[in-house]
Design a protein around this ligand. Structure first.
Ligand SMILES: [Fe+2]
Length: 376
């Protein structure tokens, strides 16, 4: 073999190794992303997507835009850097049209031709479509490398790999959210019908949901746990369907026997929901929402034996019970409810949850029950 041929072989080998190592890096990246993305919500996915692009491309600005077919607008879902989060773009420019409608791979565009982007003062931009299984969901816009260099082909390829991989996860998460919205709507209608039986229970579920979510946020629960808490809160008193109206609306205090009957509603609720597969955490939360932290509740569960969401619900439920009218007594002021909850910390309530409740309540001057919080 001649020297020339040897050199050629060496060069081929070097290029092959370089290509293989790139492929290996890409596969490692996809493997890591699969682990991170599995089961994440749309918001979480967009956040992780931005973090990953920032890390890989070292850019100043990243925006994830979703396409809304009904308004024919691209709206900002999440963004960092020099970006106006209120920015909606009509995809009429040729560049955006190609990327979005034709699902054409990334384009380095002349920013001056896209007035919305030009106004933001970008020098160079890459647009990469988020293509789902059947349609383009939106696009990713990245702008200006921190080191001042122009983008090169490798950046475009890397961004495309990340965006096309993430788009499938986002599409699935969007579908899951749609299904969740549907069953939440069904649950809310059911709960409203239930509450309509008694003047005294009207609005209770919405308020408890609002308080529980506020406490949950103070505790640093994840979006997923908060979503579960929302469902638990909406369904916590579903067992009252089996309690006679005469007891729910009784103007006098309940006698011991009647009280025993009302106290069974968590068990009845759990029984009603027991046929729903995949709801076991919600069912447990419903079953144990009247357990006491010191073990003196209905079933005698103690401390962390009681699911955290049920412990959160217990405080939210008590706060609403004290601050709203009941058939047999008038509402008490917020300050009274706070003192009561403090007094029973470590007895009826989890001290950690009470602390989160106090943090929240001390930072909220006016407690306004938001319908959207309860999901209505
Ligand atoms: Fe209850």
């Amino acid at each position: 073999m001649s020297d020339w041929e040897t050199d050629r072989l060496k060069e081929d080998l070097r290029l092959t190794i370089k290509e293989l190592s790139k492929t290996y890096e890409e596969l490692s990246l996809l493997y890591r992303l699969t682990e991170q993305f599995s089961g994440a919500t749309v918001d979480e996915l967009c956040g992780m997507l931005i973090d990953e692009i920032k890390k890989q491309l070292n850019v100043e600005t990243i925006a994830v835009m979703f396409y809304d077919k009904s308004s024919d607008l691209l709206f900002t879902k999440k963004a960092i850097g020099r970006w106006n989060s209120e920015l909606n773009i009509t995809p009429q420019s040729e560049f955006l049209w190609k990327v979005l409608k034709k699902g054409k791979s990334s384009t380095i565009c002349d920013v001056s031709t896209v007035s919305d982007l030009n106004r933001l003062g970008f020098k160079s931009v890459i647009l990469s479509p988020l293509i789902g299984k059947k349609k383009t969901i939106g696009l990713i816009i990245v702008s200006d490398k921190k080191d001042g260099n122009e983008f090169f082909a490798g950046d475009v390829k890397l961004l495309n790999t990340i965006s096309s991989f993430t788009a499938i996860f986002i599409e699935n998460a969007l579908l899951t959210e749609e299904i969740q919205e549907f069953y939440l709507g069904t649950i809310r209608s059911f709960v409203k019908a239930l509450e309509a039986r008694s003047l005294w229970t009207a609005g209770h579920t919405e308020r408890v949901t609002h308080y529980a979510l506020a406490i949950g946020r103070q505790l640093g629960l994840s979006e997923k746990e908060l979503e579960r808490l929302r469902i638990c809160s909406l369904l916590h008193d579903v067992g009252k369907i089996a309690i006679p109206d005469s007891l729910l609306n009784k103007m006098d205090k309940l006698d011991e026997k009647e009280w025993e009957e009302v106290r069974r509603h968590p068990l009845i609720g759990a029984e009603i929901l027991s046929g729903l597969s995949g709801f076991y955490e919600v069912i447990d939360c419903v079953r144990y929402h009247h357990e006491h932290f010191d073990g003196t509740g209905l079933l005698g569960l103690k401390g962390e034996e009681i699911p955290l969401l049920a412990r959160v619900l217990a405080v939210a439920d008590a706060f609403d019970a004290i601050t709203y009218d009941r058939p047999y007594r008038m509402r008490r002021p917020k300050s009274f409810a706070i003192e009561e909850i403090k007094r029973y910390s470590g007895r009826q309530f989890d001290p950690q949850v009470v602390k989160a409740f106090l943090n929240w309540i001390e930072s909220s001057d006016n407690i306004v029950v938001s319908n959207s919080e309860a999901g209505t």
